[in-house]
Ligand binder design. Structure first.
Ligand code: ATP
Length: 316
């Protein structure tokens, strides 16, 4: 917590990852069938959980073994306290998290019978992460090996964080989820750019089916936009990785999927930890694939994330 909270980074060991991103309170319900327009359906139950792409990725990286610093904002409401406590419980340094007036970010998540989800995001405090806040935290960003960014903060804040990380020689993992407009100079420092099939399609002006048909070609076209490397995740189909040696297909682990909420975040957090530990992109992606597969066998986002030990045991 900026200026209030305990600094825990000195106790952390492991590869250093800074996540600049969103924290949300997730309101999650399961439905037997999604409502049509104008229709009401009954949800099975309601759980209120800590989430947000940034926080999820930070938790996945921490449980994978990284020393994680989080830069972002929570509201001065009761949920802000819950979100901070969730990060602290995983040993994440929250000295870069600013407590701002108003509501914390939130998300309404509807999980369907197939385990797939639909999400509505309300930015709240995340909208208050601006250029100035990022500049205040530039030492936190510059002190890491890997800086992880998503699309849930403003374009200005994300741009500032990416360029500040790159200028300090910090590797930038850019998870463009959701897709936001960013200057080409930001795309050029992404190593890798990580997107799912829908996001890749959106960026390229294709249909998701086009990307699924030939994800390698989509990765090549995304690479032409400037990123140093590219990963496209494809759910149960695994992922494609484009590195300096070309395009590689990484098959998903075959599992009984229970809840895919936060699978992409599990993948990105585990990937970042592995890259910060000096693994090559392909081997980091293989680890992230195993990590995310185990996460989809359990309910929830952060609640489903395993430790590195569990993920390695799972694929042994
Ligand atoms: P979400 O938005 O639900 O967090 P996403 O769309 O960003 O997810 P996905 O491509 O669905 O991300 O999943 C990320 C990775 O997680 C995949 O590349 C794959 O390795 C793993 N994964 C996802 N779903 C499954 C599944 N059903 N079985 C095995 N692995 C899976």
């Amino acid at each position: 917590m900026n200026a209030h909270g305990p600094r825990v980074s000195s106790q952390q060991a492991g590869p250093r990852v800074v996540v600049v991103g969103s924290t949300n309170v997730d309101y999650v319900t399961r439905v037997a069938r999604r409502p049509d327009v104008g229709e009401t359906v009954a949800g099975e139950d309601l759980t209120v959980l800590p989430g947000g792409k940034g926080a999820n990725q930070a938790v996945a990286a921490a449980r994978s073994g990284a020393a994680v610093t989080f830069v972002g904002a929570v509201g001065d409401d009761v949920h802000g306290t819950m979100l901070l406590e969730a990060l602290i419980r995983d040993g994440i340094d929250v000295t870069g998290v600013h407590r701002v007036p108003g509501a914390s970010g939130s998300a309404v998540i509807v999980v369907g019978p197939d385990g797939d989800n639909s999400i509505i995001i309300i930015a709240g405090a995340n909208a208050k992460v601006d250029d100035n806040l990022i500049m205040e935290e530039s030492a936190q960003i510059g002190g890491a090996s890997v800086c992880v960014l998503q699309g849930e903060l403003s374009s200005a804040a994300t741009t500032r964080a990416a360029l500040s990380a790159a200028a300090a020689g910090v590797r930038v993992v850019l998870n463009l989820a959701p897709v936001i407009e960013l200057p080409t100079e930001v795309l050029r420092v992404a190593d890798p750019l990580v997107v799912n099939g829908h996001e890749a399609a959106h960026l390229l002006g294709l249909s998701a089916a086009d990307v699924e048909r030939d994800p390698g070609a989509a990765a090549t076209r995304l690479h032409a936009r400037g990123p140093l490397s590219v990963v496209i995740t494809l759910g149960a189909e695994g992922s494609v990785v484009l590195d300096q040696d070309g395009v590689h297909s990484v098959p998903a682990r075959v599992v009984d999927a229970v809840d895919s909420t936060g699978a992409g975040d599990a993948f990105v957090g585990a990937l970042a930890e592995s890259l910060a530990g000096n693994q090559a992109l392909l081997s980091a992606s293989t680890y992230a694939t195993a990590y995310a597969a185990l996460a989809v066998t359990r309910r929830g986002a952060q609640a489903s994330y395993p430790t590195r030990f569990e993920a390695e045991e799972f694929v042994r």
